[in-house]
Design a binder for this molecule. Structure first.
Ligand SMILES: C[S@@+](CC[C@H](N)C(=O)[O-])C[C@H]1O[C@@H](n2cnc3c(N)ncnc32)[C@H](O)[C@@H]1O
Length: 307
């Protein structure tokens, strides 16, 4: 007797697809980390003709959208807008950020992706009115900033447009996206993810694609299931990211301790801590997960060094 069986994917959840399980290919330390599964899902569901991102920094969210476009073979144009200089919330940063984003963009997504450097307001005339199907707003997060970014980019939206807002669950001083979201989410179809500082999904277009209407219907009737699923999928992304960052953290601590020894600052227990750190680092490097992700790291380091 055979034990083989088949699973039908008919009748699957309207808010989940195989794309929801894709892992990002470009990792950076970012507060957006755990929204990558939803980024892939929405590109698959919306099949946008044009994606615009306001606020790209190291490109984590942007490259998550781009990677989904590439994997799905869509005919989408994507645009990343940023000064690539930073501000109070993201921190002011140097040219190495733009160099990295440009290198990844040139190597992997140049066929359909354009980086537009400058203030969002100064770049308005570079995007056609009524053309944007997916807009991601992730610039500076004060209430006047997000209000201005939304209002000034609304004329660019198409009749099928969805807008994503990051940080809708962030209440630290000076952040006002949550307050903007409280108002705007009453005026359109909307859904709020609460994990990883929150991601708001706003159906602004008057003629949303069926997949998005079905998403809002399903998310309205089972909000906790949708949130729990994407929180879990996002957690898996963080786990993979920690495989990359753990050795760097350990190496940093090791270097600091060695520098202390070089300065002859003998601290009780230091030698034992060094042996312990070296052991942890060796264990990470010989672990299976570290070995299987080696090709990705080699690729990323080649991009970073421009080879
Ligand atoms: C929170 S970061 C973006 C994070 C990114 N989406 C990610 O996945 O990690 C915000 C970025 O917006 C940019 N920015 C903020 N206000 C801007 C404006 N008015 N014009 C252009 N860039 C702006 C900053 O330079 C910064 O790089």
């Amino acid at each position: 007797m055979t034990t083989e069986s088949a699973i039908s994917i008919r009748g699957r959840e309207e808010w989940l697809s195989p794309a929801s399980y894709w892992m990002p290919t470009h990792f950076t330390i970012t507060a957006w980390m755990e929204h990558a599964p939803f980024a892939s899902w929405i590109v698959d569901a919306l099949q946008p003709r044009s994606i615009v991102e306001l606020g790209t920094h190291w490109g984590y969210s942007y490259f998550a959208f781009c990677e989904a476009v590439k994997r799905l073979g869509l005919d989408t144009r994507t645009y990343a807008l940023d000064t690539w200089a930073g501000e109070e919330h993201a921190g002011v940063y140097g040219e190495e950020v733009f160099d990295y984003v440009s290198a990844v963009n040139r190597t992997e997504y140049a066929d359909f992706s354009t980086l537009i450097r400058g203030y969002f307001d100064d770049s308005l005339d570079k995007i056609e009115d009524g053309s944007v199907d997916l807009l991601h707003i992730d610039g500076r997060h004060r209430l006047p900033d997000v209000t201005h970014d939304f209002e000034s980019w609304v004329p660019k939206l198409s009749s099928r447009a969805v807008v994503l807002f990051h940080d809708i669950a962030e209440h630290q001083e000076d952040f006002g996206v949550w307050e903007f979201w409280e108002g705007v989410s009453q005026r359109y179809r909307s859904f709020a993810f609460e994990h990883n500082h929150g991601l708001g999904v706003l159906g602004v277009g008057a003629d949303l694609p069926g997949a998005m209407e079905r998403f809002f219907d399903a998310a309205e009737s089972s909000p906790e299931a949708v949130r729990a699923t994407y929180e879990r999928l996002g957690g898996a992304v963080s786990e993979l990211a920690s495989v990359y960052s753990r050795p760097a953290e350990l190496q940093h601590e090791l270097n600091q301790l060695r520098a202390e020894i070089d300065r002859e600052a003998r601290v009780p227990g230091l030698d034992a801590r060094i042996v312990d750190l070296q052991n942890q680092l060796d264990a990470v490097h010989s672990s299976t997960s570290w070995k299987v992700t080696q090709p990705i790291r080699t690729f990323v380091s080649r991009i970073r060094s421009g080879r």
